[in-house]
Design a binder for this molecule. Structure first.
Ligand code: NAD
Length: 332
């Protein structure tokens, strides 16, 4: 049935059913780190709910999954309050939708703007707080406002500097992920021990980080790419592209593929390149991210209750199951 043929009551009932399904899948994914369905199945249902709510704004409920960041805090961890919320990200699945995003930005800003284009790393978001160059706190995103304190676990990851190259007081954010090789090794070990294998590297990374025993995290060979400075301290930075370069200078692991694109043709070029190279990367990616490059413009554009207006993820079409790890040389 087409959305235009729904009565308001039918739309409301259908939306409620979709929310229940999505809430259940979210809980399996975020809380148990054990997804019931593949991401593209979740994404399609989520899109159905978004379309329905857009057609019938009166049926939107404040607790709808479209109005809040998915994720919950596990008991057993101290809670951390994110003064600057850790948001989710809007996503698109076609080039036409990317054109719509670009049109929206141009309409808001008044002129075409360059984007910093980055790989969308398939892991989970982390926040790291440094005081005078020393790591003092690390946490998960949680529900966006309250995350889990996982400082001890994050300190076992060798790519996270405990001391920066400058004594700055900043908060940074990035992605913690499990490299493909570490994932293959872990699942092999799990099989040998007769234990359950992990569905994918993203869930293996999330499960490995949220361990009460730090030794388990340490043995899991997690890695990071840091991509955001959320509190700048004394740092003078005006663009997202420079922010990543500054992060590298401070000692963080940053992804070397970021590129400033002046227009969507250059963005398509980036997408085509990395869709081709995706299998050969040493880590999983599920798309690319476009970010308005000027930080002042990012602030001007702001965010909705759930997502920043200045960035969007272009998600790649679903990949074949990752269970067969190909014997090829992965590049970093
Ligand atoms: P998201 O994962 O689609 O996008 C936001 C996240 O992208 C950020 O929090 C950050 O962690 C990450 N990211 C990676 N590279 C980045 C970069 N270069 N710059 C900025 N951020 C980067 O959004 P979400 O709200 O965390 O999760 C929603 C997605 O999770 C859904 O689209 C779905 O695919 C998946 N999901 C799946 C299930 C399931 O059952 N399979 C359930 C719930 C959610």
């Amino acid at each position: 049935k087409l959305i235009t043929e729904y009565s308001e009551q039918e739309a409301s009932d259908t939306a409620q059913q979709l929310r229940e399904t999505l809430n259940q899948w979210s809980s399996d994914y975020y809380t148990k780190d054990n997804p019931e369905v593949e991401d593209h199945v979740y994404d399609e249902k989520y899109r159905d709910l978004q379309d329905l709510e857009a057609a019938f704004p009166s049926i939107v409920t404040p607790d709808s999954i479209t109005q809040r960041v998915g994720g919950e805090v596990l008991s057993g961890f101290t809670k951390v309050h994110h003064d600057i919320p850790m948001l989710s990200m809007g996503d698109v699945f076609s080039k036409d939708e990317l054109v719509e995003f670009d049109n929206r930005i141009q309409k808001n800003v008044g002129y075409p703007v360059p984007y910093n284009v980055e790989l969308k790393i398939d892991g989970l978001a982390i926040s790291l707080v440094y005081e005078n160059g020393k790591l003092v706190q690390g946490s998960t995103r949680g529900d966006g406002t309250i995350g889990e304190d996982i400082t001890k676990n994050l300190k076992t990851i060798t790519s996270i500097p405990q001391t920066l190259t400058k004594p700055v007081s900043i908060e940074v954010r990035g992605e913690c992920y499990m490299p493909k090789q570490a994932f293959a090794d872990l699942n092999k070990q799990q099989e040998e021990r007769g234990e359950a294998v992990f569905a994918n590297p993203r869930n293996a990374a999330a499960g490995s980080l949220r361990q009460l025993d730090t030794k388990v995290t340490k043995a899991r060979n997690l890695d990071t790419f840091i991509y955001t400075i959320s509190t700048f301290g004394d740092l003078q930075v005006t663009t997202q592209h420079d922010a990543i370069n500054v992060l590298a200078e401070l000692g963080f692991n940053t992804n070397p593929t970021q590129r400033v694109c002046q227009n969507l043709d250059e963005v398509w070029q980036f997408i085509d390149e990395y869709q081709d190279q995706r299998d050969r990367l040493a880590y999983g990616i599920d798309g690319i991210v476009l970010k308005v490059n000027e930080l002042d413009l990012q602030n001007q554009l702001g965010h909705t209750v759930k997502v920043p207006r200045w960035e969007i993820a272009y998600k790649f079409p679903p990949e074949e199951a990752l269970t067969v790890i190909r014997q090829i040389e992965w590049t970093v």
